[in-house]
Design a protein around this ligand. Structure first.
Ligand code: UDP
Length: 421
């Protein structure tokens, strides 16, 4: 049966169609030339299943890979099961024409935790990239996230004090700031909200911003200086050569099977290990008994262009609702590439059904209540064989450094509980 089959060398060379909401745009073969830990042609049926592994790790994304590395470094025997045909989850990158492509959207590493920065740099050299974006609104380019340059472009304002006075005069007082729309209006007023936020957010999340929690936009700074950097963290950069080589190193001492659906063979896979670390969707694990958790997804259109520089920056946002995508990523800028060609990716927000997998948990009231019910159920002693972690299993909008921090914490707990050596 097909779902028992793990990735074969033939799979890894097969051309992967690049789709934009179902429309085939180009082909980009999976690289597959340097995946020593993955090229396993066994089937699960051929595997001995009675507790030969210390840990079964479900999901080969960053959370699972961090656990796998830390556990195998402590002598634990780990089996990793991944539903997709490749490792790395949404951090997966692959080289094309000398350019590292972030296959599922841009991943910029940033953290203020020196411990996590030191940890990740064991596996890659990071460059000095600092993330900046621009907004293209009806052909005019604005500085983003909102800063003094944006206020100058909008209103001709040149000083922090004038910007503050103007924002104070247009911010809408005494409104409910718990939802995204109210919070934005209370900070920057109607003009900025309608130009930069309402359209982008409605496209991104597939609903009106008044139905979303303010936490989603609080990720973005509003600055009264000309500082236009996306993140404030002292440690930032892009791993030279991308994230997939990091993930390969993290799995170097494990057995990894791709193209295997854990939930379809759960009981036999569970028997293969003493403990299971599950990083897939929380609701699916519990057979949706409290209802489905909503996820927002994306479709990507990856395009090779015969020009050396398409947009002059890694990220250009398109907040207008008349444009179906939210942003265009030009990958070469993450590594300061000088190639004669360029690869760009347009991001089309999509429902889970139409997109390329679960990408964003939607932290509104209903979903959070449902997620909490699932989390409570997971704590039942009946599930003591399982640990849950990562963006999907914790139903949390994790950035990469948070996923690593949470995985390191889990391993620490497992080590202290089970006296691993
Ligand atoms: N956002 C916006 N306009 C933009 C960019 C972002 O209104 O031009 C809002 C939108 O609601 C988005 C949130 O800010 O979901 C967080 O943006 P971020 O760039 O952090 O999103 P991510 O990179 O995680 O998709």
């Amino acid at each position: 049966m097909d779902f028992y089959r793990s990735q074969t060398p033939e799979d890894s060379k097969r051309a992967l169609p690049i789709v934009a909401c179902g429309v085939s745009r180009a082909t980009m073969p999976l690289s597959g030339t340097h995946w020593p830990v993955l090229l396993l042609s066994v089937t699960l049926r051929e595997m001995p299943t009675s507790g030969i592994y210390d840990f079964l790790i479900v999901g080969a994304g960053l959370f699972g890979a961090t656990c796998a590395y830390e556990l195998s470094a402590r002598g634990q025997n780990c089996l990793v099961i991944e539903k997709r045909r490749h490792i790395g989850g949404n951090c997966f990158t692959e080289p094309r024409d000398g350019i590292t492509i972030h296959r599922y959207g841009p991943h910029i590493f940033h953290t203020s935790d020196e411990r996590i920065w030191t940890w990740i740099r064991q596996f890659a050299t990071f460059n000095h990239y600092r993330h900046r974006a621009k907004v293209n609104l009806h052909g005019k380019i604005y500085s983003f996230p909102l800063n003094l340059a944006t206020f100058n472009e909008l209103w001709g304002i040149t000083t922090p004090n004038d910007a503050k006075a103007h924002l104070d005069s247009i911010a809408i007082p005494n409104i409910d700031v718990s939802d995204l729309e109210g919070w934005a209006l209370s900070k920057v007023g109607s003009e900025i909200y309608h130009k930069f936020i309402k359209g982008y957010t409605s496209k991104q999340w597939g609903c009106d911003p008044s139905c979303l929690p303010a936490s989603l936009i609080k990720r973005l700074p509003i600055r009264l200086s000309y500082d236009d950097s996306y993140f404030v963290d002292p440690y930032q950069g892009i791993p030279i050569g991308g994230y997939t080589p990091i993930i390969e190193k993290l799995f170097a001492r494990c057995r990894v099977l791709t193209n295997v659906d854990y939930l379809r063979s759960k009981s036999e896979l569970d028997r293969s290990a003493r403990h299971v670390i599950y990083t897939g969707p929380l609701d699916a694990f519990h057979e949706f008994r409290f209802g489905k958790l909503d996820y927002r997804s994306l479709c990507f259109s990856h395009e090779l262009l015969e020009t050396n520089d398409f947009q002059g920056i890694a990220q250009m946002n398109y907040p207008s609702q008349s444009i179906p995508y939210t942003r265009i990523i030009e990958h070469k800028h993450f590594e300061f590439g000088c190639q004669p060609v360029t690869w760009i990716s347009k991001e089309y927000p999509a429902s889970l059904k139409d997109g390329e997998g679960e990408m964003y948990p939607i932290p509104d009231k209903d979903n959070m209540e449902r997620a909490n019910k699932y989390k409570e159920r997971s704590k039942d002693s009946y599930f003591r064989k399982y640990s849950f972690g990562g963006r999907l299993a914790e139903y949390r909008y994790y950035d990469m450094h948070q996923a690593i921090g949470s995985a390191l914490h889990l391993v620490k707990m497992l080590v202290s509980n089970q006296s691993l050596t």
